[in-house]
Design a binder for this molecule. Structure first.
Ligand code: SF4
Length: 585
């Protein structure tokens, strides 16, 4: 009862900015495998729900992971997970469509199915009256393999064109016993049961036997013209983690090619919405919220962004960009952002030394970082957050200490210029190797070594005074790397974590730490051990679990970028008007 009451209160607090179709035909539950406030802040989830919810022949509802204070009820089986809108059991739907933005939510997919009384493993649902389980979203773009044994069909790529195609096909074949054959014909669809991986005696992927029609490569779907589709807040609610914002997606991809960044490669080539579209969407948003959250990989390079910020400021609102590359912040943009009340800004040097910034291809000098900070502070911004990564490939101890040096220089510059500087926060984040990046072969550094680096920086920054430090947990990064680089066998580890009801980083780490050698038999209790995926350097000639996805980026290009990193050589930003080197254009 308590959960239903909360659901009704949530619905009452929401404002839908579109007409629902409540179509008759197929019942779809769009599931975000995390709690409601997190889900409602995700534009990808809102957009895909909107596609289903406005289709004339689809009756769509939503479902989420239970809130922490309700979870025990569902974990014990005392309660069954139901949909938000009508409280319907998830097993009653024709399709459960998971929208997954972060690979760490893969574990929650198993929990949602279990809490709904649906067998998580695909083979345990085969031939039985359970919903079709499909999944898409940015995490799936990169590597769906850790959950391949739990999902019937994946939709890989951007959903605006792919999802409607899928719905039409489903409506045409829904009753057919072999409907999956037809659904797998949607471009971008990936049917995991067509692929049978085989491993060599070192546990590495040796081959993948494909039993489906046509080519085994799955071509990732992209939308060529972003202006054709609106990606902005469609349901506003105070309860969302960005509850005070109206979110507007400005671009997909990035031209800068930082070698650790998945968003910079998986969405290639870079695509922007036009300034006219963005100003119109921001103006519309100001009738709902006072803050416009501008979303994308890098916002200072968005064409017309200073005018957009000024238009929002002139209309009495505030533009809050997701991230800004320091050297791309124009004086006009700095002024408009400060004018509209931005008192805090995040600058992402990513690495402390010039050497490391060349290794990661940041194309950003120390002088540019310092001048951007001085400009923003000069315009009235008070608080600075500096985003750094630790444990990057080719990193030396000096590069780590250079983080404290850079923060110190920034403070000293403000003092020398008699500029008022409020809170300075150094954010330290363990490097997590991501598929489809030049660093995809690189291992994550041992969490203990990263912990030592954090301690070293804590004391170095402590000596500077007036600098706050927040550090991401290396143990959480370990789990993220496991589900980021894992293959299908990681599914068994996820099952073990779910069976142990691991619902937070601490329990997950403890359970993973127990995965070791069985005292009696000496055999690994998980085979392979998580370290095999996390702290092992992948060889450039080994088959990677995600190689079957065609991102239209040449693998040799990623390898050549990795080599350039070793020699600290940078690559200029993308010029989509005349370049085709990586294959994406
Ligand atoms: S082909 Fe060139 S411009 Fe296009 S995404 Fe690749 S590197 Fe960038």
């Amino acid at each position: 009862m308590f959960a239903r009451k909360r659901a009704l209160e949530r619905l009452a607090r929401e404002k839908l900015l579109y007409e629902r179709s409540r179509g008759a035909g197929v019942c779809v539950c769009v599931v975000y495998p995390n709690v409601y406030p997190v889900a409602m802040a995700n534009l990808g989830f809102q957009s895909i729900f909107h596609i289903f919810d406005t289709h004339p022949r689809v009756d769509a509802e939503r479902a989420f992971l239970p809130d922490p204070d309700e979870r025990a009820n569902f974990d014990s089986g005392a309660a069954r997970l139901v949909s938000l809108e009508r409280g319907r059991p998830l097993s009653d739907f024709d399709i459960l469509a998971f929208s997954i933005a972060f690979e760490t939510d893969y574990l929650n997919l198993l929990a949602v199915l279990r809490m709904a009384g649906i067998p998580p493993r695909r083979e345990d649902r085969a031939g039985r009256a359970f919903p079709l389980v499909i999944a898409g979203g940015s995490a799936i773009f990169l590597n769906p393999e850790p959950i391949a044994d739990f999902v019937d069909l994946f939709l890989i790529g951007e959903g605006e064109e792919m999802a409607p195609e899928f719905i039409e096909r489903f409506l045409a074949v829904r009753g057919d016993s072999n409907r999956l054959d037809d659904l797998a014909k949607v471009e971008g669809a990936y049917r995991p049961d067509y692929y049978l991986p085989a491993y060599d005696d070192r546990g590495r992927l040796a081959a993948v036997r494909y039993s489906g029609p046509g080519s085994p490569a799955v071509s990732r779907r992209l939308v060529a013209k972003l202006d054709r589709f609106k990606t902005a807040s469609l349901i506003v609610t105070e309860e969302s983690v960005f509850g005070d914002m109206y979110l507007v997606e400005a671009s997909r991809g990035c031209q800068w090619g930082c070698r650790f960044c998945a968003a910079g490669f998986m969405y290639r080539p870079i695509r922007y919405r036009s300034p006219e579209t963005l100003v119109a969407e921001a103006t519309r948003g100001l009738s709902e919220r006072g803050v416009i959250g501008l979303v994308g990989a890098e916002m200072a390079s968005v064409p017309g962004v200073a005018d957009i910020a000024q238009a929002v400021a002139d209309a009495g609102g505030r533009l809050s960009p997701s991230s800004l590359k320091a050297d791309c912040i124009s004086p006009a943009l700095a002024s408009a952002l400060a004018q509209s009340g931005n008192r805090s800004i995040t600058i992402a040097p990513e690495a402390g030394s010039e050497r490391m910034r060349k290794v990661i291809n940041k194309n950003l000098s120390e002088a540019e970082i310092l001048s951007a900070a001085a400009m923003m502070i000069g315009e009235g911004v008070e608080n600075l957050k500096l985003y750094f990564m630790l444990g990057l490939p080719e990193e030396h101890a000096d590069d780590v200490l250079a983080i404290a040096d850079l923060a110190g220089k920034l403070l000293a510059q403000a003092r020398a210029r008699r500029q008022h500087i409020g809170r300075v926060t150094v954010s330290l984040n363990p490097f997590v190797p991501k598929p489809w990046t030049p660093f995809q072969w690189d291992a994550m550094e041992d969490p203990r070594a990263i912990k030592r680096k954090i301690a070293m920086l804590r004391s170095a920054l402590g000596r500077l005074g007036a600098i706050e430090l927040d550090a991401e947990s290396p143990r959480e990064a370990y789990f993220q790397t496991l589900v980021s680089r894992g293959d299908r066998r990681v599914g068994a580890i996820l099952e073990r974590l779910d069976a142990a009801r691991c619902d937070a980083p601490g329990p997950i780490w403890r359970e993973l730490s127990e995965l070791g050698r069985d005292a009696a038999s000496g055999r690994w209790t998980a085979s392979p051990h998580p370290d095999f995926y996390v702290t092992r350097q992948f060889a450039h000639d080994e088959i990677l679990a995600w190689d079957f996805i065609d991102h239209h980026i040449h693998k040799w290009f990623l390898a050549s970028e990795r080599k350039k990193a070793h020699f600290e050589h940078q690559t200029p930003p993308c010029d989509v008007t005349r370049c085709d080197v990586c294959g994406a254009c």
